[in-house]
Design a protein. Structure first.
Length: 201
């Protein structure tokens, strides 16, 4: 009898796993997770999941019954979706800044001169990555503005997202300024490397 039960359970496994397919935006979002060490591959994995969560044609929202917050009516539902898109865009900015930082040098030390070109190539890659974040910031601001128009609606389970929108709308959170600062620092380091010659080291 015990063997029969085990055999029946094993026979149902494929069907159970078929129902576990990633279908909804929220499912992709929940695959994002903060890593102890930000290795580029881990960050790229998070970027993939978050970008999939933004693509409604690939991953539509789950039914409001299974949303990440309690949804009572259509106004709640609209605010929830606006905040979701804003929040995911903010997470993508964070990921791109984290990834770019892996290819940036904080300082151009004189003893790095033998690897001047490699460092310049790395800085160029970091710059490209940082610049991608600008697009996500523009999107985050647009979604925040839509959510802000419904600010009288409070969704307790996603208070953090509401706080993010508040900070954007009041100017307390400005990723454009943060990205600008990262690029300005990168420019200084690049200039220092470019100034190096055969006499530097």
């Amino acid at each position: 009898m015990k063997r029969l039960v085990i055999a029946l359970l094993l026979a149902t496994l494929p069907a159970a796993y078929a129902g576990a397919a990633i279908i909804y935006a929220e499912q992709y979002y929940e695959l994002y997770h903060e890593h102890l060490h930000h290795y580029p591959d881990d960050t790229l994995e998070d970027i993939y999941y978050l970008e999939q969560a933004l693509k409604a044609d690939i991953a539509p929202f789950a039914n409001p019954l299974w949303a990440l917050a309690t949804i009572k009516d259509q106004t709640d539902w609209a605010r929830y979706r606006y905040l979701f898109y804003m929040h995911v865009n903010l997470k993508l900015i964070y990921c791109y800044l984290t990834l770019g930082a892996k290819y940036e040098k904080q300082n151009a030390y004189f003893y790095n001169a033998p690897w001047k070109q490699q460092n310049l190539n790395s800085l160029n890659l970091a710059e490209q990555i940082y610049r991608v974040a600008y697009g996500y910031w523009d999107q985050a601001r647009q979604w925040s503005t839509k959510a802000w128009d419904l600010r009288d609606v409070h969704l307790e389970q996603i208070q953090e997202w509401e706080d993010e929108s508040y900070r954007i709308e009041t100017g307390d959170l400005d990723y454009r300024e943060i990205i600008d600062s990262a690029l300005a620092h990168l420019g200084k380091v690049r200039a220092a490397f470019q100034a190096m010659d055969q006499n530097t080291y």
